[in-house]
Design a protein around this ligand. Sequence first.
Ligand code: G6P
Length: 607
Amino acid sequence: MCGICGVVGHRPATPIVFEGLRRLEYRGYDSAGIATVDKGQVARCRAAGKLDNLGKALQETPLSGSTGIGHTRWATHGAPTTTNAHPHRAGQVAIVHNGIIENFSELKKVLVAKGRHFETETDSEAVAHLLDEHIQQGMSPKDAAFATIQKLQGAYAIAMIFEGHDNLLIGARHGAPLAIGYGEGEMFLGSDSLALAPLSDQITYLEDGDWCVLTQDKVEIFNAKGDSVERPVQTTSLTTGQIGKDGYRHFMEKELHEHPVAIGQTLQRVIDPETRRIALPKMPFDAATLPRATITACGSAFYAGVVGRYWLEEFARLPVDIDVASELRYRNPPQPNQGLALLISQSGETADTLGVLRELKAAGQRIVSVLNVEHSTMGRESDLVLGMVAGPEISVASTKAFTAQLSVLAALTIDFARSRGTLSEERERQLTDSLLDLPSHALDVLGLFDEIRSMARVIAQARDVLYLGRGICMPIAQEGALKLKEISYIHAEAYAAGELKHGPISLIDHTVPVVAIAPSNILFDKTLSNLQEAKARGGRILVFTDAKGAERLKDVAEHIVVLPDIDAFAAPILYTIPVQILAYEVALLKGTDVDQPRNLAKSVTVE
Ligand code: G6P
């Protein structure tokens, strides 16, 4: 979703804001813009497309001043043109906005009736006009900001600057994240701690409804009622090194190489090093008597949840309902007393998932979130956070966060199974050991790039691709198909291999490659039969399997990538890695924008 940042300080604002936008570009890259205030005058520069276009525009229209705001956009209302780019100006103010102002049409009608002229098709411009309207009525910037946000409905993080006020930056949040960074004689606003990382390690995350008034030396925070409030200042450990490409061509390539570390660090957090047993924080419920769990998430995180359902049902004998957040939120299924709602999110800010969190919390469910960004809105509103330790994930397509999510869910499964008495001690040890083997196996899989590249050459020529998996490998097929669609723009569908014969088999001919995730587990023979059916119809079969599976598949498959032997329990985590590498290699062959695929954004903070 959009990224915003701002500074009120003593140094030139434009380079600070521009670099902040660079770190936020993963949140949207349809257009970008900066506005500054200098000697009382507000000026702005905007450009459609990537941030580099703004860089070029700034060379022609440099902006002076030490107070400024910036925006990188993921378009919701209005095409991604320069006119629709933020910051929006009206009279004496300029604003940037992340979110959706749901009542913008009503606001616009009133403002137009007052003679105001709207230049853009965006919802956000109404905020600028409303703010200026209050200024024109003689209010101070602070009073005008408060009066404005009280009239807004929907989700927003906003930063505002004002003509005649060089030493003033006002921010507000409701339903979209905003953080304050503290400097020496300068203060910052940013959508997240990544934006602020090189600027400050002292950060305050605003709470929903909060707004803040920043000057060079002072931060004042108010709640939705307008009362002055204190919010904790946290020290972040993010370093700029964590948000660079480290010599890799793309963030996605770097993040694929970080799978072993992400899995290893996450496991270290959930496994006691002395006993080598799973050790999770105390749950806010009794897992032994838990009636049911509901899992929800979006995108890749949802497929991690589907793997979690297979695990929890099989090993912990826990009934699980699962749905994507945008559906679950409005489905209104009956909830058991004190059931568990398990939410999975890399960012902890995805609007659909956050919406479900609030619904289910109100319905009396215990909220446990599996998050990469633990201080996110979901983190603050959950009863318990199970943190994964994946480190910042910048590439829009999720990679290492997915295997880290699975690592947490695997640990949770073992923990629940122990509490519910559904796992022998010996089997528990085997499962935990299989997890502990993962980092080194993951490292071995990273040695398979060349082999996966030859598979990618087949896929890159196709218009449609089928991904097949059975049982717990089905969600990995879904993750593979999603990743391919996202970054290579090739149409891909995942099917349960057994479902092939009930419809999609009619699609198969030599132009539709079939990618199978087929470790030699108890379902291998069934998958093999399904692949033979596909081959009999001219399908080109590409398979990820282990040595034993490869032996059985040699006459069926055109390409086989052989993975290390691994217990069936941990297999979905390991098999994710080559499937994601395949999508990456295809995207390279297609020459697409791997880290910033068209139309997407990483953290989707609107419904
Ligand atoms: C977007 C991203 C996906 C991600 C999904 C959920 O759609 O493009 O890669 O899986 O959001 O994000 P979350 O931060 O909640 O895991």
